[in-house]
Design a protein around this ligand. Structure first.
Ligand code: SOE
Length: 401
């Protein structure tokens, strides 16, 4: 594992001095806690919806403190960074308070409920000069770090066609429930905001090309669902049999055509109701001289396609990857790195800036500005589906015809 660069010089913080607190200790919040420990950051405590739930989760995670409130976190001088893994509707206010209190922030995606809110957060973050990140962790599969360098160095030629999918089945049944189905807690987009944002951020990151125009069709197949009493964690099948019927209108599936800034075209299809697909993200990037493809179910394998010689499979191996791929790798080749490891690799990049005391000029991790851009893409997708025509992403130059 590449050590986080700790700058020499007077007054420089060391990673071991840095403290973090995590808001939310559900499925994803727990991964945050575990991966922070993995990279050597002190987890000072967690905050949950109630003090009792916080105490129980702190006990289960072996975390010393269950904070009673966000204010208590912000008053703790031993906390330098706060991770926000609460439901979407809390992201903006919590991130605003964290930045205003002078602490760095890592927020789960999507950054906000609306793009005006995310724009405000971008302005506040820039004003404070604090490290601000959105956890688009999938960038940090080591092979993705390698592919970004490969494409930037012309390894595939010009990017022409970008395709793929992100399929899950955890919301297939009418009895499946998540706060993400409630627009008051999650926002007006669901599959697009929850998993489409990952795929769109990732392909933009890998190709270095922004999506500038979209043509989308969003569809809901399950208009009524049974909401159980009490909290339900993502992918959990444990729930109360005491339920209330709820109307749900947000999209179960999405079909989206894409135009990229350099004239490349693409399509992505999203679904949270595809039986047997537990968390299946696939992409293929077809360039003018070669192609590459990846499947999240075999994350250490990179397919490389050629016209005039045999195709290849690169098995993640620091010895065979570029500097970025090596930096993101924690284990030698053949020792598969997975979903949770990407959080550690992402946090190593973020905390290198925390140790430095400010964001790098062009951070490898997603910043609030990247999170805001994904909100604008979401706006264009929603409008395109409503109008039934191509819609440009606000602020982006038109794609070449
Ligand atoms: C549910 O769709 C979810 O937990 C997402 O919210 C995460 O971002 C994704 O990494 C796994 O699935």
């Amino acid at each position: 594992m590449t050590p986080i660069k700790e700058h020499d010089g007077p007054g420089t913080r060391r990673l071991a001095d840095i403290g973090a607190a995590v808001i939310g200790a559900g499925f994803i919040g727990t991964v945050h806690v575990e991966q922070l420990r993995r990279i050597g950051v002190q987890v000072r405590g967690i905050l949950e919806v109630t003090p009792e739930r916080g105490e129980a989760k702190a006990q289960a995670l072996g975390v010393t403190r269950a904070y009673p409130s966000l204010e208590a976190i912000l008053e703790d001088p031993s906390v330098d960074v706060v991770h926000v893994t609460s439901p979407n509707h809390l992201h903006v206010e919590q991130a605003r308070q964290i930045l205003s209190a002078g602490k760095h922030v890592i927020c789960e995606k999507p950054l906000a409920m609306t793009s005006p809110e995310s724009a405000d957060l971008v302005r506040l973050a820039a004003k404070t000069g604090l490290v601000n990140a959105v956890n688009f962790n999938i960038r940090f599969y080591p092979l993705h770090q390698h592919v970004r360098e490969l494409i930037a160095d012309g390894g595939l030629g010009d990017t022409r066609f970008v395709t793929g999918h992100y399929f899950q089945d955890w919301l297939l049944l009418e009895t499946d429930w998540s706060w993400r189905l409630d627009t008051k807690l999650a926002g007006s987009l669901r599959a697009v905001a929850d998993i489409g944002s990952h795929w769109l951020d990732l392909t933009t990151y890998l190709t270095g090309q922004r999506v500038v125009s979209v043509m989308a069709d969003l569809t809901n197949f399950i208009p009524r669902r049974a909401e159980p009493s009490g909290p339900v964690e993502a992918f959990s099948t444990e729930r109360s049999t005491d339920t209330v019927e709820r109307e749900v209108a947000t999209e179960d599936v999405a079909s989206i055509m894409l135009r990229f800034a350099n004239g490349a075209r693409g399509t992505v299809v999203l679904s949270q109701i595809s039986a047997g697909r537990k968390n299946s993200l696939q992409w293929e990037i077809d360039g003018s001289i070669a192609a590459a493809a990846w499947d999240s179910e075999t994350p250490d394998h990179l397919w490389l396609g050629h016209r005039e010689r045999a195709n290849e499979i690169l098995l993640r191996n620091p010895a065979l990857m570029g500097a970025a791929g090596r930096r993101a790798s924690a284990l030698p080749g053949g020792h598969v790195e997975g979903f949770g490891d990407t959080f550690g690799a992402a946090f190593r990049a973020v905390y290198a800036d925390v140790v430095a005391g400010h964001p790098a000029d062009q951070p490898p991790y997603a910043t609030f500005a990247d999170g805001h851009y994904e909100m604008l893409v979401g706006d264009a997708i929603a409008e395109s589906s409503r109008l039934g025509r191509w819609v440009d992403v606000a602020g982006e130059a038109k794609a070449p015809r």
